[in-house]
Design a protein around this ligand. Structure first.
Ligand code: 1CP
Length: 342
């Protein structure tokens, strides 16, 4: 099978010749070529210049025999087009200078079409597609899920507690609903545009939704994630990813997605039993900082728990850490591809 066939078959829960693998945040700071590019261009320039974004997308494929590439972009730039002042502050991360604080601010947010919001990413997809056709690899598009997007829009950056987001959600439920409707509308349009531009599959990142209880997930988030996922599931394959949601993964899976991406806090066979769908994951990214004699048994544990059942894409449980040695990634990719279920 080609990498593309193997990856897409696994997403559909079909049999494969060996387990497909890609790495979340594979086009990032652990790669020397990425760091060199970023020393010449700001994050904003990299995001807004299709040729640079396309080049970064292909960087990991020079080092590893991955089955898929993920388009280089970020989940946050659509917020700029909606009216928020987003900056990627070097050494700090994303920051929004005018975070949402009032219902009025939500009513002032725009709902821009995808070409206006994310034109350069759509162009980058069109550049990368023929390159991946030549290599027979899959191309993954992505967007942030409504809760994770809302959390950045309200907090103005990263947070440990999500206190402002939750306080807003509880005290202004009608405005929360209007915000989530706007975010899901922008996201549906953007994901559809990525499919039209050439991606094989999309991943919806709900990275931080695990800060909520099951009750709050169902009440304040699930209807909007479902709105996004149900709008695109017929036109493309969808991976629904979250972290820290092990205690209510069934509700996450019920919101939608062909495949459910899980972190390392739940054994992958338990996750699969809970979601009754194909699964992606679930190696702890920090195991890639360990020597191979410790890393290997962790990878083996994931493979053994899957036990050769169809419907698994190997991945980390969250993004690869910037300090990860390239050699460990190479060994991991080869290990997964050569693994034999006895
Ligand atoms: O392989 C890839 O890296 C593809 C491109 C990609 C993706 C899929 C980037 C580039 N960002 C993302 C998604 C993304 N961005 C998520 C969801 C995935 C996850 O949970 O890891 C999130 C939460 C963001 C927000 C964001 N952008 C952060 C996290 C901040 C936080 O709250 O912890 C950061 C550091 C960024 C900047 C960014 N985006 C991408 C890169 C390579 C970087 C680092 C920029 C740099 O310093 O060069």
């Amino acid at each position: 099978m080609t990498g593309r066939e193997r990856f897409l078959a696994a997403c559909r829960g079909k049999a494969v010749d060996c387990t497909p693998i890609w790495i979340m945040r594979q086009a990032g700071r652990y790669l020397p070529e990425y760091r060199a590019l970023r020393s010449r261009h700001s994050m904003e320039t990299a995001l807004r210049t299709p040729a640079i974004a396309a080049e970064i997308t292909l960087l990991p494929l020079k080092h590893f025999s991955l089955d898929a590439a993920i388009i280089f972009s970020d989940i946050l730039p659509p917020l700029t087009a909606m009216g928020l002042d987003l900056a990627f502050v070097p050494g700090h991360g994303p920051r929004i200078d005018n975070p949402l604080q009032t219902p009025k601010a939500i009513d002032l947010l725009g709902v821009p079409p995808a070409e206006e919001a994310m034109g350069p990413t759509l162009e980058a997809i069109k550049i990368v597609r023929p390159e991946l056709d030549a290599r027979n690899l899959a191309l993954i598009g992505f967007a942030g899920a409504p809760f994770t997007m809302a959390s950045y829009a309200i907090e103005g950056g990263s947070t440990r507690t999500f206190a402002r987001t939750k306080a807003f959600m509880y005290s202004e439920p009608a405005a929360w609903d209007r915000l989530m409707v706007k975010l899901s509308g922008v996201t549906i349009d953007y994901l559809k545009a990525q499919v039209a531009a050439g991606v094989d599959c999309v991943q919806l990142f709900d990275s931080w939704v695990g800060a909520l209880s099951r009750y709050d997930y169902k009440r304040y988030v699930k209807p909007y994630s479902h709105r996004v996922l149900s709008a695109i599931e017929d036109s493309t394959l969808v991976i629904h990813f979250s972290t820290n949601t092990g205690t209510y993964l069934d509700a996450v899976a019920a919101a939608g997605g062909h495949m459910i991406g899980v972190d390392w806090r739940i054994p992958i066979d338990e996750a699969r039993a809970r979601v009754k769908k194909p699964v992606m994951g679930n190696l702890d990214p920090s195991t890639l900082l360990a020597p191979w004699r410790e890393l290997m048994p962790h990878a083996q544990e994931v493979m053994q728990r899957i036990g050769g059942q169809p419907g698994h894409v190997f991945n980390l449980g969250h993004g690869i850490l910037p300090e990860t040695p390239i050699k460990n990634v190479q060994r991991l990719v080869d290990y997964v591809h050569n693994y034999c279920h006895g």
